[in-house]
Write a protein that binds this ligand. Structure first.
Ligand code: H79
Length: 429
């Protein structure tokens, strides 16, 4: 008996548990692509944009379902132009888009056959904007990800309710597993009807952290339908089994400035950090607190120095346009990237950990030193993993350097600095 137990336990030790997730080769390749891409556009767009008060307006103003249902008839984005959006993304130097297929209000921004709570059935516009965007992305070589909310303030079967959406006037009953079946059905539609999809970006798990979300089933569905589609889930925990990347909301990886990131550890999967241009995700007509182009470039560069992608958000207006305060900044970032992109795209975190003065990135034998906040002319670095053969700015100007047993000194005169970010390229032997 004892030997039998031992035999069984040693067998179990070598056999993978049934639930163990082994990413397909195409998935691993997609993770590399994702990390190389480094910069994407987050789009929060839904019927809430009509009220111009962010995507949480239903919850914040305690709007009952019956009232909220008056929004779709007012949503008519006649100025929406997928080609214009994707061209802006390219001008910004971004490589992918992550757009809300459904936010917490449950409204599908695509033609779902599983509900009429969607853009085609409820709005005068009647068109599937995700389909138009997907076609344009495929045409222009931009990958498309869908943000999909687990949390749903509209669906009657999202029951028992979680921490939010408690004032919607829904009956106090519902079938949880019927809700999960519905959600899986929408995910199936998204991964079947829109061509190749970059991945799914889940959010809202935190509304019911102790619920049975049946994630293994949903994740398997996604990976079976499109093995290369990357799954991320904004649960603010270390990644769960079956996930392919880890995201940080409004914080660099490991940063804990946002309350919900206080327990967020950095795992081993590809990383992404997302941030807004003003304060809001969904369109907010009163929010004028725009970050400067410089601040946004710094965020992108610091993210790369933390080995993370930067997913920068816009909340388009209800007429389908992206406000100039956003598009101008995106084009300016794109201008910086056209000159300095080599130090961002395809790089990984560099040999020197992120510092107050800046960060390092690297690609092959090149180390890129990003001077973001260096007031002195001379910077001291620890020893690098190889001898320097060349040190220069992106415009080709040589940079004076010295190497000793102690480390490296770089001299970068203030006169030649880029006000956004001065990049010194070090070629190592
Ligand atoms: O889609 C954007 C936001 O609408 C969504 N995530 C980004 C990408 C988001 N949802 N919530 N938050 C951002 C932050 C709010 C957290 C809180 Fe709570 C919800 C504070 C109180 C309720 C979750 C539950 C954290 C604490 C309790």
């Amino acid at each position: 008996m004892k030997t039998g137990c031992l035999l069984l336990s040693s067998l179990l030790a070598v056999l993978p548990a049934a639930a163990e997730y082994r990413p397909a080769a195409a998935n691993l390749a997609a993770r590399q692509w994702f990390q190389d891409a480094r910069f994407g556009l987050f789009i929060h767009w839904g019927v809430y944009s009509v009220l111009g008060d962010g995507e949480w307006v239903m919850n914040n103003r305690k709007i009952p379902v019956e009232e909220y249902e008056k929004l779709p008839p007012q949503f008519n984005p006649t100025k929406f132009d997928a080609a214009e959006w994707v061209s802006l993304v390219k001008a910004a130097g971004m490589r992918y888009i992550t757009i809300t297929s459904k936010h917490h209000d449950g409204f599908a921004m695509f033609d779902s056959k599983l509900t009429d709570w969607d853009i085609v059935d409820r709005t005068p516009y009647k068109k599937d904007v995700l389909k138009m965007l997907a076609d344009e992305c495929h045409k222009q070589g931009i990958k498309l990800f869908f943000y999909h909310s687990h949390l749903d303030w509209h669906h009657p079967d999202y029951y028992p309710r979680g921490r939010t959406g408690r004032n919607t006037g829904r009956p106090e009953s519902g079938e949880w597993y019927r809700y999960l079946d519905f959600m899986d059905g929408e995910i199936r539609e998204l991964l079947t009807n829109y061509g190749e999809i970059g991945g799914i970006w889940f959010d809202g798990w935190w509304d019911k952290p102790t619920a049975d979300w049946r994630l293994e089933k949903t994740y398997k569905l996604i990976h079976d339908l499109q093995p290369a589609a990357l799954i991320g889930n904004n649960h603010h925990r270390l990644p769960f089994e079956g996930e392919d990347f880890q995201m940080f909301e409004k914080d660099l990886p490991g940063g804990k400035t946002a309350e919900f990131n206080k327990d967020a550890q950095v795992g081993k999967l590809p990383l992404e950090t997302c941030e807004t241009i003003n304060k809001a995700w969904g369109y907010n007509q009163n929010d004028q607190q725009y970050k400067s182009t410089r601040e946004l470039v710094h965020y992108l560069v610091r993210a790369a120095g933390h080995n993370a992608n930067f997913l920068l958000n816009v909340g388009p207006r209800p007429d389908g346009t992206i406000q100039p305060e956003f598009s101008e900044r995106l084009r300016e970032i794109g201008g910086w990237l056209r000159a300095n992109g080599e130090s961002i795209y395809g790089t990984r975190q560099g040999p020197v950990a992120p510092r107050d003065w800046g960060v390092t990135t690297q690609k092959g034998k090149k180390v890129y030193v990003h001077l973001l906040k260096l007031e002195d002319e001379v910077l001291a670095l620890p020893k690098l993993p190889g001898k320097i053969t060349r040190a220069a700015l992106v415009n080709g100007a040589k940079v004076e350097y010295g190497e000793t047993n102690l480390g490296v000194l770089l001299k970068v005169p203030l006169a030649g600095r880029d006000p956004l970010d001065t990049v010194v390229t070090l070629e190592l032997q």
